[in-house]
Design a protein around this ligand. Structure first.
Ligand SMILES: Nc1ncnc2c1ncn2[C@@H]1O[C@H](COP(=O)(O)OP(=O)(O)O)[C@@H](O)[C@H]1O
Ligand SMILES: CC(C)(COP(=O)(O)O)[C@@H](O)C(=O)NCCC(=O)O
Ligand SMILES: [K+]
Length: 244
């Protein structure tokens, strides 16, 4: 059975077509590009032929929802929040429906690869860092602005911290020597420092990193980068028949 998995984050919509867990095709599109397409054009981004479609969305995405509904009809499952009665995940939120579905799926996906207690860091629009015990209790987490958002917040909310065209952003953790250098170095250092500080407090937990901006973070912290954790989580829901 082929399943089209769609991860609609706040910046990008990513998809994978999987058959028995094997990735057969994949792609992604920025929300800003998607917003300029007609419903018909948006529908053609994704493979037409699949037995099931599962979407995890952290935004309303009404027009995407409509166009996918028009294309796939009853094959479509739209997840806007964690499935409430999953037998292998114990929520810590008093209102589990408020936990981002992507955070939940990344934890479920990480559990497919590791049996240890976990720190799951997802570097997307936001950087989220979640703790999960070996017996699948969500132990809580952290949400901070991601790499791009943190830099944009400074550029948008000050007059003189500006993205000067003649200055270069840096992924080094060295002190910057111009405005763009100070902002980029500062934000990169801040992201790595947050995750490292969580690691220090939970030394038994294995760190795994996912998300579009996760490769740098994983390299910096010397841990595994698994870009597909949200998809792995969705695939595990399909395999275990845990979809609503
Ligand atoms: N092919 C790509 N096109 C655009 N951005 C990408 C791509 N691959 C990685 N990125 C990075 O991924 C980030 C978004 O990460 P992602 O996990 O998709 O976020 P979200 O889930 O919040 O939409 C962007 O800020 C960008 O730096
Ligand atoms: C924290 C998030 C914005 C992260 O989304 P992303 O960066 O992947 O687009 C998302 O998981 C979300 O909207 N969460 C809801 C609030 C919560 O998790 O408590
Ligand atoms: K994400």
């Amino acid at each position: 059975m082929s399943v089209l998995l769609i991860d609609a984050g706040n910046s990008r919509v990513k998809w994978q077509l999987r058959q028995a867990g094997i990735i057969e095709a994949q792609g992604g599109v920025a929300h800003t590009d998607l917003a300029q397409m007609s419903d018909a054009e948006a529908g053609r981004i994704f493979p037409a032929h699949c037995d099931r479609v599962v979407v995890a969305s952290v935004r309303d995405n009404d027009s995407l929802h409509q166009s996918l509904n028009a294309h796939y009809g009853a094959r479509l499952r739209w997840l806007a929040q964690p499935v409430s009665d999953h037998p292998a995940f114990i929520h810590c939120y008093a209102e589990p429906g408020r936990l981002g579905v992507d955070r939940w799926l990344a934890m479920l996906g990480a559990r497919c690869h590791y049996s240890a207690p976990l720190i799951v860091a997802d570097a997307g629009t936001a950087l989220t860092v979640d703790l999960m015990s070996a017996d699948n209790h969500h132990e809580g987490g952290f949400i901070v602005p991601g790499l791009q958002l943190a830099q944009q917040a400074l550029f948008n909310s000050t007059q003189r911290v500006r993205p000067y065209n003649d200055e270069r952003a840096s992924q080094q953790l060295l002190p910057g020597q111009d405005t763009v250098g100070c902002v980029s170095s500062g934000v990169y250092r801040q992201q790595a420092a947050l995750v490292r500080s969580v690691q220090q407090d939970y030394p038994q937990h294995v760190l795994v990193v996912t998300g579009g901006d996760g490769l740098w973070l994983a390299t910096q912290l010397g841990c595994e980068y698994r870009p597909d954790l949200v998809f792995d989580g969705m695939d595990s829901l399909c395999a275990g028949s845990f979809l609503p």
